[in-house]
Design a protein around this ligand. Sequence first.
Ligand SMILES: NC(=O)c1ccc[n+]([C@@H]2O[C@H](COP(=O)([O-])OP(=O)(O)OC[C@H]3O[C@@H](n4cnc5c(N)ncnc54)[C@H](OP(=O)(O)O)[C@@H]3O)[C@@H](O)[C@H]2O)c1
Length: 254
Amino acid sequence: MKLTRLVPAVADRTVAGAAEVNTAEIDTAEIDTAAPAARERLRDLYAPPRRRWLRLNLIAGVDGGARGPDGTSTSLSNGADRALLGAIRSLADVVLIGAETLRAEGYLVPRAARLAVVTASGRLVPAGAAEGAEPPGVLVLGPAAAEARARATLSDAVVEYAALPGTGRVDAADVVRELRRRGADSIVCEGGPELAAQLLDAGLVDELCLSTSPRSTGGELPVLGGARPRELRLAGLLADESGGFYARWLTEAR
Ligand SMILES: NC(=O)c1ccc[n+]([C@@H]2O[C@H](COP(=O)([O-])OP(=O)(O)OC[C@H]3O[C@@H](n4cnc5c(N)ncnc54)[C@H](OP(=O)(O)O)[C@@H]3O)[C@@H](O)[C@H]2O)c1
């Protein structure tokens, strides 16, 4: 699959507090996602403009729906989207997801980054290990009352449990604070929409990486989960030959 760059995605020098800005010249030619050099080129394009950075990485149909005919995001994705997902993950210290995404999508623990799951119920399912990443280590964040159940239901993983304040839903800001306390400066949240909306509404998101799959879905699950309206600024746009678009939106609209 070939990706063509439509809008420059040079690291944003105007982001407030940006200390480590990537000013390297970025190759504007097409990127063949099957080529060995693709990962490095995508990593260059997607290098965060500062060390402490929180991205959402989501995919939607053209109607904004977050799941395709199989009931998950898998049927919306393709090779180019997976190549970008891999590159974005490789730039993160932690991949954060909501428990429903783990339950629905049967997550594999990523090779390079840590997997963190937010839950109120503790009702999880086993996470598989990516090749070469055994045994899977998963950080679970939730109220203290959910710990025993989380450990029992995430049975195949080495579970670390971070008990956060509260007895049910925890505060999204506490989730991010706890990840940062554990050394995760660069965070990518891969959904689902419910968790994404809380991070957006709490003002914790720096960038939204949104893939648009060339199909409609029925739109019954909005990809941003009903987050409050806000302005965004386009920082980059790639397109693939099948009509898929890969946008980078900065939340600090100017
Ligand atoms: N298109 C995409 O990019 C994309 C990405 C990811 C997922 N998806 C799809 O989206 C669907 C799942 O998304 P979703 O929005 O329903 O769910 P989600 O955000 O993945 O997970 C929601 C669950 O996460 C836990 N949670 C969320 N916020 C919490 C908080 N503040 N405190 C404690 N726990 C919290 C709760 O788990 P408990 O119920 O355990 O308490 C809640 O039920 C699936 O169909 C999946 O395939 C699509």
